[in-house]
Design a protein around this ligand. Structure first.
Ligand SMILES: Cc1cc2nc3c(=O)[nH]c(=O)nc-3n(C[C@H](O)[C@H](O)[C@H](O)COP(=O)(O)O)c2cc1C
Length: 204
C-alpha cells in the first residue's frame, strides 16, 4: 500500500472507531423526544459503508419505534477505499447495480418507510439505488435520510425520482461531522415530527 492509501485507510479506521463509539452512546441514550408507540408501522431501511448512516438509522428507529432493516450487498464492497470507489463509480455510470443479500421487506407491512444511505458522487449510493429499483412503494409514505461529507447535492431530488410509486416526504440530509459530534439530534428530532405528521408530498 502506498503512503496516500495508508493515510486514507488510517482515516477510515479513525472514522469507524468514532462511529462505533457514537453508536454505543446512541444506543445507551433514550432520547427525550421519543415518538415511539404512535401506532404507525415504520420501517427504517439503511445502507452504510462507514457507519454514519447506520448511526442515524439506529437513533431514528429508537425515536420512532421503527423496525430496522440493513440493506446488505450479496458481495460487500472491498475495504480498500480506492477499489471500492472504482467499483461503485462504475456501477453508477453503467447502471449495473450490485445484487443485494436476502429478501427485501414487504412494504405492505408498513405505513411509513425511511430509507437511508450515504451521498456518493452527489447522488444515491448503488446499494440504495438497487433497493429502490427492487421496491414498489405503492401507497406508502417514504422519506430519505442521508449522510454526506460536503453537500447533499442532488440526493433528495434523485431519490424522489427513483422511489417508485412513493408519496415522498421531505428528507433529512445530515453532515457526517454533525453525526459524529452528536450535533444532528435537533435536526433528527424536528424531521421525525415532520414525517410523522405525514406532511407532503414535497415538490422537489
Ligand atoms: C465513494 C464515495 C463518494 C462520496 N461522494 C461524496 C459526495 O459526492 N458528496 C459528499 O458530500 N460526500 C461524499 N462522500 C462522503 C460520504 O457521503 C460520507 O463520508 C458519509 O458520511 C458516508 O456515510 P456512511 O458512513 O454511512 O457510509 C463520498 C464517500 C465515498 C466513499
Amino acid at each position: 500500500m502506498d503512503k496516500g492509501s495508508l493515510e486514507k485507510e488510517r482515516r477510515r479506521m479513525q472514522l469507524s472507531r468514532r462511529t462505533v463509539l457514537t453508536s454505543m452512546v446512541a444506543a445507551a441514550t433514550v432520547p427525550r423526544w421519543s415518538l415511539a408507540g404512535q401506532g404507525r408501522r415504520i420501517l427504517v431501511a439503511h445502507y452504510s459503508y462507514m457507519g454514519h448512516t447506520k448511526s442515524v438509522a439506529e437513533t431514528l428507529s429508537t425515536v420512532v419505534g421503527g423496525e430496522l432493516f440493513e440493506i446488505q450487498m450479496a458481495a460487500p464492497y472491498p475495504l480498500d477505499l480506492e477499489r471500492m470507489a472504482t467499483q461503485a463509480r462504475s456501477e453508477l455510470e453503467t447502471g449495473k447495480l450490485p445484487p443485494l443479500l436476502g429478501k427485501l421487506p414487504d412494504m405492505s407491512n408498513y405505513d411509513l418507510v425511511l430509507v437511508g444511505g450515504p451521498v456518493w458522487w452527489n447522488t444515491i449510493a448503488p446499494p440504495v439505488m438497487r433497493f429502490l429499483e427492487e421496491t414498489d412503494f405503492k401507497g406508502r409514505n417514504v422519506a430519505a435520510f442521508a449522510a454526506y461529507a460536503l453537500a447533499p447535492a442532488h440526493y433528495e431530488r434523485n431519490f424522489a425520482a427513483q422511489a417508485r410509486n412513493a408519496s415522498v416526504l421531505p428528507g433529512l440530509m445530515v453532515s457526517e461531522f454533525d453525526i459524529s459530534e452528536r450535533q444532528a439530534d435537533g435536526a433528527i428530532s424536528s424531521w421525525v415530527r415532520q414525517v410523522m405528521s405525514g406532511r407532503g408530498p414535497q415538490a422537489l
